[in-house]
Write a protein that binds this ligand. Sequence first.
Ligand SMILES: Cc1cc2nc3c(=O)[nH]c(=O)nc-3n(C[C@H](O)[C@H](O)[C@H](O)COP(=O)(O)O)c2cc1C
Length: 319
Amino acid sequence: MGFWIREKYIEGSRILSPMAGVSDSPHRRITRNMGSAFSFTEFVSVEGILMGKVKTLDLFRFHESERPIWFQIFGNNPEKIWTACKLIEELNPDVIDLNMGCSVAKVAHKGSGAGLLKDPLKAGKIIEGMRKSVSLPITAKIRLGWDHSSLNYREVVHILEESGVDAISVHGRTKKMGYSGRADWEKIAEIKSFAKVPILGNGDISSGEEADFRLKESGVDAVLIGRGAIGNPWIFGTKKKSDLSDQERFSVILEHLKLMKEFYGDEYGAILFRKHLNKYLMDREDLNPLREKLIRSSSYTESVNLMSSYLYERTPIVK
Ligand SMILES: Cc1cc2nc3c(=O)[nH]c(=O)nc-3n(C[C@H](O)[C@H](O)[C@H](O)COP(=O)(O)O)c2cc1C
């Protein structure tokens, strides 16, 4: 299964959702390799782009194997957003995505992220200008509305479509919900039923079966998987995490650790990897002692040795 973003064909229907502080280049490489259909960067501040902040621009660093790569930006000033689009086009992304879903107060309450849902006409103007500024496809990621008394997703989707958006991702919650409650897949299905552009549904998918079920039931073109993909890149493939041998699991963990160290440097890479490691092993209480040793491990080689010893101790002796 796949879908078109203008003239670009995206093959596959499960995608790693953007997650600031999580879905960095190493995570995207691992998940893309496992079957995620394309890669979203974490959201990147338009202000930071315009100031040329090294830390901000570093969030756009990607590996060619991640393509198609969608750069996600957030901001609320139309002119600044358009200028930022022109600047980042130079970095050669495949798509630019406007974040209209971030619920964090310091973003949304300043009119960026989900704050744009409060002013759909402005959001439409921004999308129209983004289309004119660059030759790349332009997409947006929204929520259903600010809160339950202002569920304006129909209006928002229509305006974005009129403004030339090429696809819309929908997280089935309101801004006010944050991450509480459940994503409303009925409303996501409703959006799919009237939308003219591809719709990517999102919210609470925690297994491959659930992804298939949501795709079929709602009819969306693809699903985004966020939290369910932390420590579980296998969610994009055919084999379940619970069916993996320890060797298979450890191989992916080591590959991810290696990429983190290459990307961030040895020490910082290992520190940042801890949150992934915890999720990789959290379903296996019996691996707690190993996990604790791995967290304290000072080098890649030591991590390999710890895993090897663990496997060796469990290998039955054949007489
Ligand atoms: C730690 C974290 C960071 C996130 N950062 C972003 C982001 O940068 N851009 C974005 O559009 N959504 C962001 N999200 C929202 C996710 O992309 C997704 O919409 C949300 O988690 C619901 O999907 P899930 O239930 O599969 O996790 C973030 C979510 C989490 C948990």
